[in-house]
Write a protein that binds this ligand. Structure first.
Ligand SMILES: Nc1nc2c(ncn2[C@@H]2O[C@H](COP(=O)(O)OP(=O)(O)OP(=O)(O)O)[C@@H](O)[C@H]2O)c(=O)[nH]1
Ligand SMILES: [Mg+2]
Length: 327
């Protein structure tokens, strides 16, 4: 009996073949099982995949000997990590080169970048990590490339406004959706252990200096996700300067300055916390063991008077200064 496998199944199989880590293979196998049609013709395949899955979950096929260096593992640095995604030659490296001091390879031919290159974007008093990546196409992404996106905070889809915007958008969305990497898509947003898989994404629309007429409007119309779109040109620097503030806002973080009692606040090196964090969240970040002993805090900043006493559950605002008092 024929298996009649669906395009969704083949997408998940492609994901499985390009996965290099056990966790990624497990997620891809679970997706293959989820989307596989259920009938007699797929019974054998289903049993095979289940066997493979349980072996992987036991760690049975993990090679023990030898050191494996994963070039797509980019250690996190700074207040947040944003990873670029886009088609060959769309202008990814030029954006990272324009905003950071990273040594990127800009070239007028496709596949000039072969490995991730991280750079640090300065936004006022913090640094945000921006990672240049090799390109993807409809049929190809480098083995393990998905890992960089899996570990980041935010995905920047780069679209070249001088080329076919629809084709580029579909390639990027297909890559993200088929690997459960996009928040708000129809694919599962959690793995079987309840870990969040979906990421927030937005669009950097580049080469605005040579854009096709109406390209940005066309792109916005085609995109069914509530992405923000930022128009830039790496050739003229248009839009690049304001981008760092937008990256900060999209990361959803706030800066908090800690002030030792009786001393001035350290205004040079803020703690960064997710929007919505409380005084207690800050105390836990500053000193996990002492946090439970937090008696009260004094605050200088938004919506309070200077030095006001505040409780553990007070929600902090960007640029608040906090003096923690422990018992
Ligand atoms: N006119 C114009 N050209 C640009 C702009 N950004 C990049 N380019 C040119 O486009 C070509 C490709 O730029 P890259 O930044 O290397 O593109 P990429 O996406 O990193 O390419 P791959 O690494 O191959 O995926 C180069 O010739 C750049 O000079 C831009 O904003 N305007
Ligand atoms: Mg490049």
């Amino acid at each position: 009996m024929p298996a009649n496998l669906t395009p969704e199944y083949f997408k998940a199989e492609k994901w499985f073949r390009s996965a290099t880590s056990n966790d990624e293979k497990i997620m891809a196998l679970e997706q293959m099982l989820r989307v596989m049609p259920k009938h007699k013709g797929t019974d054998h395949l289903r049993a095979d995949l289940r066997k493979k899955l349980s072996k992987l979950k036991e760690g049975g096929t993990q090679k023990k000997a030898g050191k494996h260096v994963d070039i797509f593992h980019v250690p996190r640095s700074g207040a947040g990590q944003i990873v670029l995604l886009g088609s060959p030659n769309c202008g990814k490296s030029s954006i990272v080169g324009g905003l950071t001091n990273a040594k990127v390879h800009v070239a007028d031919f496709p596949f000039a970048s072969g490995a991730p290159v991280p750079g640090m974007v300065q936004f006022e008093d913090i640094k945000i990590e921006l990672v240049d990546m090799p390109p993807i196409t409809a049929d190809y992404s480098a083995p393990g490339q998905v890992g960089t996106y899996r570990n980041c905070d935010l995905i920047a889809i780069v679209i070249d406004l001088s080329a076919n915007v629809e084709e580029q958008l579909l390639i990027c969305l297909d890559f993200l959706e088929s690997r459960s990497l996009l928040l708000g898509s129809e694919t599962p947003e959690h793995d079987s252990q309840g870990n969040v898989l979906g990421k927030k994404a937005f669009c950097i629309c580049t080469k605005s200096d040579i854009a096709k007429p109406g390209a940005l409007e066309n792109l916005k119309k085609l995109c069914t996700y509530p992405f923000e779109f930022f128009e830039v040109s790496a050739a003229t620097d248009d839009g690049l300067e304001g981008l760092s503030e937008k990256l900060f806002r999209l990361l959803g973080i706030i800066r908090i300055y800690s002030k030792p009692p009786g001393k001035p606040a350290d205004m040079t090196d803020p703690f960064t916390l997710p929007v919505g964090s409380t005084v207690m969240d800050l105390a836990t970040t500053v000193h996990r063991q002492l946090a439970e002993k937090l008696k009260f805090a004094r605050i200088w900043g938004t919506g309070v008077y200077d030095g006001q006493n505040t409780q553990r559950n007070h929600v902090l605002n960007d640029k608040d200064v906090i003096e923690l008092h422990f018992s």
